[in-house]
Write a protein that binds this ligand. Structure first.
Ligand code: LLP
Length: 421
């Protein structure tokens, strides 16, 4: 459920007409709903009720300060994967002891930054990383809580580019080697193993792969405890999918996911951490764009929008489907027609949808890409020197620009000329 609904024939974000924001901010832009963000975070929090838990929002999904602050005010922890994300989380007021640090390639600089600023735990992904963190933490005279990300070798049944829990993926250490690795950590100064971490992929629409992974984590918890390790936390990653189309079968609900966790791991007496990103932010955001031209091609009509692949890369990168809806609601019974919906970037890959049935649209009309709140703005670029598009946040009847559109000068002035030019 989200808060982008037609009211009086026009799309609203909560209580604000989307066209009003477009008139003030210009297009294209991202638009987020506070009520939807809040609702989705709260669903996860409630799904884990009765178990000690922390919902660590995977901020890679959408990392604007205003989004982070909104979630932090609800008690969210953060899952970060870079020094930049760590800095952003801290700047948004998230205390270090609510931040978990994931990722396969943490640098020495990033480790120091988190150790100095405070961290809840590092989720370690390899032995070289353990050795490095041990060296740095012990040189700083601290002992840092760690988990090891285990790769349970389950098929998450999602897009190959976002599956992470198969043995051929670069993530984690094989679960079969976990005992050996935890034994090694015991010998390493500066590290204290406090739990186990797992994350099998993103946009999962079936709970079965989770069940398999969680059962394996449960067995490992028992096995490690039998060897004297104090396993107190289980970080179960993120990955729960969202409905990208209104017609498709709905993915499992956070409450069902919570029930599965309770059923498979509830008896372990561990604090449960989860790292949802997409389900918190995905349907809490839309991208609003304007039709520049309607072009008749051979046997097809193109809707050429002012938004492009650099603004929303998911269709080009993952063949992802985003519902695209007109901002002015079509009159009941309006006949639809097929369009190829494209952006202005000089690549054929700059195609959002082919032969998509839409009501007839004309130059100047506004459209909204649904489900664009996660992995939208954060994956955008300035390819073709198209400025990063603004982000806007709505709350009730108020809205605010939370990242302004840079000017061309802002972009040009980031470059510097060498002395010989
Ligand atoms: N935790 C870890 C360790 C992760 O790698 C990820 C996502 C998450 C949590 C959050 O997963 P979520 O709940 O958002 O599914 N750019 C792709 C998605 C990449 C996901 C990467 N890792 C897309 O646009 O579909």
């Amino acid at each position: 459920m989200d808060h982008f609904l037609y009211r009086d024939g026009v799309l609203h974000a909560e209580d604000v007409p989307v066209a009003e924001i477009a008139a003030q901010v210009g297009t294209p832009f991202y638009l987020y709903s506070t009520a939807t963000l809040t609702r989705h975070f709260t669903l996860f929090d409630e799904a884990l009720s009765g178990m000690p838990h922390m919902v660590c929002y995977a901020m890679k999904a959408a990392s604007n300060q205003a989004i982070l602050r909104t979630l932090a005010d609800l008690g969210a922890g953060m899952d970060v994967v870079s020094g930049g994300e760590y800095a952003r989380a801290r700047a948004a007021g998230v205390p270090g002891d609510r931040i978990v640090f994931s990722g396969v390639g943490k640098t020495e600089e990033e480790m120091r930054m988190a150790l100095e600023g405070g961290i809840r735990q590092f989720n370690l992904e390899s032995e070289p990383e353990m050795e490095r963190l041990s060296r740095i933490a012990s040189s700083m005279g601290v002992e840092v809580p760690v988990t090891v990300r285990v790769n349970p070798d389950v098929d998450a049944k999602t897009h190959a580019k976002i599956a992470t829990g198969k043995s051929e993926n670069k993530f984690g250490i094989p679960i079969s080697r976990a005992k050996e690795v935890y034994a090694r950590i015991k010998d390493l100064p500066g590290l204290k193993a406090v739990g186990i971490d797992v994350h099998i992929g993103s946009q999962l629409t079936d709970l079965e792969p989770y069940r398999q992974a969680f059962l394996k984590v449960g067995e490992l918890t028992d096995a490690l405890r039998a060897e004297g390790h104090e396993i107190q936390r289980l970080d179960l990653g993120g990955g729960l999918g969202i409905p990208y189309t209104r017609s498709n079968e709905a993915p499992p609900l956070p409450s069902q996911y919570g029930d599965l966790i309770r059923e498979t791991l509830g008896d372990k007496g561990c604090e449960i951490e989860i790292e949802p990103g997409r389900l918190v932010a995905g349907n809490a955001g839309i991208m609003v764009s304007r039709v520049i031209y309607v072009k008749s091609g051979e046997g097809r009509d193109f809707l050429i929008l002012d938004g492009a692949m650099n603004d929303l890369i998911r269709p080009a990168m993952y063949d992802a489907h985003h519902d695209i809806v007109p901002v002015v609601e079509p009159a009941p019974g309006t006949e639809q027609q097929p369009y190829d919906i494209v952006g202005p970037v000089c690549e054929s890959g700059d195609t959002f949808a082919k032969q998509r049935m839409m009501p007839p649209l004309a130059e100047g009309d506004l459209v909204a890409f649904r489900s664009a709140g996660a992995y939208g703005a954060v994956m955008s670029s300035e390819y073709n020197t198209r400025p990063l598009i603004p982000e806007v946040l709505v709350k009730g009847d108020q809205f605010a620009v939370i990242r302004p559109r840079p000017s061309f000068d802002d972009i040009i002035n980031r470059d510097t000329l060498p002395s010989w030019l």
